[in-house]
Design a protein around this ligand. Sequence first.
Ligand code: AKG
Ligand code: FE2
Length: 333
Amino acid sequence: MVAAPIPSFLGSLSTFPSYDETPHIGTRFPDKSVQLSKILKAHNSDELIKDLATLISHRGVVFFSDQDLTVDEQRELGTRLGELSGKPKSSTLHKHPISEETPELSGDISVIDSSKGIARQGYVLNRLASSGWHADITFEPVPSDYAILKIHTLPPTGGDTLWASGYEAYDRLSPAFKKFLEGLTAVHDGNGFVRYAKANGIKLQDNRGSPENTGSDLIAIHPVIRTNPVTGFKTLFVNKGFTKRIRELTPEESDNVLNYLFHHISENHDLQVRYKWSLNDIAIWDNRSTYHTATNDYEGARQGNRVVSIGEKPFFDPQSHSRREALGLSTFF
Ligand SMILES: O=C(O)CCC(=O)C(=O)O
Ligand SMILES: [Fe+2]
């Protein structure tokens, strides 16, 4: 069988110049004449933003160069991406448990700072660089659909971010292993943030973007294989940052299977994309079907603002297809 080419998912965004960073993950709009602030105000903004959500969900992560988007506009975009792609009415923007409200920034803006806070909780200097792979806030019962990160302070070089595709991670598993994982559930634990809050005198945020995301025990149970409702594709939904235990297995079985899956994600560099930031670039990713990790190879300041929106409660639809199956791409077995 001749494999089909990877189709375009640009829709109404096809009027803007763009290219795919790799075959399986990442699309970039390199031209700074393409401004998200203009897309928000366009006469057909609903169509453009809905198509952007579809593109992000298919391509995992999408990059925009040198953006003038304000934090208010970043919140608006985070809200509309989910609304136009069908998220539940009760889902709004996430307030990170250790997000500190300031006169300038409310709790629904996460400050990503190289010296402290969300991006540094649990960071240990002498660990493998690959130990940082995660998807955002999977410790919430209703976790994130999209995240938007704008980096406004950068070191002269370094500080790249990597993303990996959960669709492709699923597709690379053997049919027997896929079947074994489907229907299993895993514990996701974010209580490292509770300890960080206690140690640093930070008040834990409650009511974190969904009526279900409440309380101070940051534990959730999610399917190991999940269906992304926007694409309908199956994705591997465990991440090294937060997934601690597959409930249906013995502790040793769980440790070994999770360890295998974390290596499967971090060692297959052909399901990853690495982005080298310029000032005021924006990345938007789908937290349901990608993982990401920062690169701590620099000295000095690096800072950005992030909006994380809440999506739907994760589910597995046994009728859903893998990405390669659905797109008619070659398969491994
Ligand atoms: O600093 C980065 O590159 C990414 C930090 C991160 O994990 C996030 O913004 O969700
Ligand atoms: Fe993150």
